[in-house]
Structures are given as structure tokens and as C-alpha cells.
Design a protein around this ligand. Structure first.
Ligand SMILES: [Zn+2]
Ligand SMILES: [Zn+2]
Length: 149
């Protein structure tokens, strides 16, 4: 029969002989082991490919460790679900704001008016201060200047 390790024909001396020599038997064991390891690695690889997900938050690929894992890390999961909530509830929040505005229109408008008045008053004071500063600097400058006369 043919030796599977060296692919040479040989004569079987006992029924358990599968290879032509002890060397070939050892070699064959190694080949079988290697094949087995390759098979396991290939299966692992297939499983990895099957279980590879893109993290919806950081867009990195990762191999999920359990079936329901969606994000690569706890951190991304936290940030991602927060984003999702915001996205999902954005319309709700907007609608709530609008509803609040119509329900409290007068209050909101009054508040806005008041806020604008305060802002205008503050700006007036600031521009006055700026004006004072500018003229103050000029006064000092002309006092120091020897080319006044
Ligand atoms: Zn052989
Ligand atoms: Zn991530």
C-alpha cells in the first residue's frame, strides 16, 4: 500500500501498519495533528468572522464575546445607548419644548423680553465704559505728548 507520509509504496508487515517506517509514522502523526489544528483554527476563524461586529459608536470592528454584545466596550455601550436615546427621543423633546412654549407663551415671551432688556442695559453700560476708557487714554496721551504746542 501507499505510505500517506512519504507517498511511497510499501509492504504491510502487520495489520496496524499505516506508514512505511517509524519516521513516517511520527511524521504522519505530526501531519494529522497539524491538520487538526488547522481545522480548529479555520473553525475559530469562521466563528470570528461570523461574530465580528462593527461597533456602532466608535466604528471599530470587534469580535463579540457573547451573543447580545453590540458595542466593543462598556464605554462605547454607555455612550452609544445615550446617543440612541437622544436620537429616539429628539422629536419627543422638541415636541415637549414646543408644547411648553405654547402653554407658557406669555411667560416665555416675558422672560425673553426681560432678558433682552437686561442684555441691552448691560451693553449700554459696557459701551459707555469703553467710551470712557478710550477718551481717558486719549486724554493721558495728549497730556504726555510734547508736540501739543
Ligand atoms: Zn513512508
Ligand atoms: Zn466601540
Amino acid at each position: 500500500m501507499k505510505c500517506p507520509a512519504c507517498e511511497k509504496d510499501f509492504v504491510k508487515l502487520s495489520p496496524s501498519d499505516e506508514q512505511c517506517s517509524i519516521e513516517c509514522r511520527d511524521r504522519w502523526d505530526e501531519i494529522v495533528e497539524q491538520k487538526e489544528a488547522d481545522k480548529i483554527a479555520a473553525r475559530q476563524k469562521r466563528l470570528e468572522v461570523k461574530n465580528t461586529r462593527k461597533c456602532p459608536y466608535c466604528k471599530e470592528n470587534f469580535v463579540k464575546k457573547h451573543n447580545r454584545q453590540k458595542y466593543c466596550s462598556l464605554k462605547c455601550g454607555r455612550n452609544g445607548s445615550k446617543n440612541k436615546w437622544m436620537k429616539k427621543n429628539a422629536a419627543k423633546v422638541k415636541a415637549y419644548k414646543r408644547k411648553y412654549y405654547y402653554a407658557h407663551r406669555e411667560e416665555v415671551l416675558a422672560y425673553q423680553r426681560e432678558w433682552k432688556l437686561k442684555k441691552d442695559a448691560k451693553e449700554k453700560v459696557e459701551s459707555k465704559n469703553r467710551l470712557l476708557e478710550a477718551t481717558g487714554d486719549q486724554g493721558e496721551l495728549s497730556q504726555k505728548s510734547p508736540t501739543a504746542e
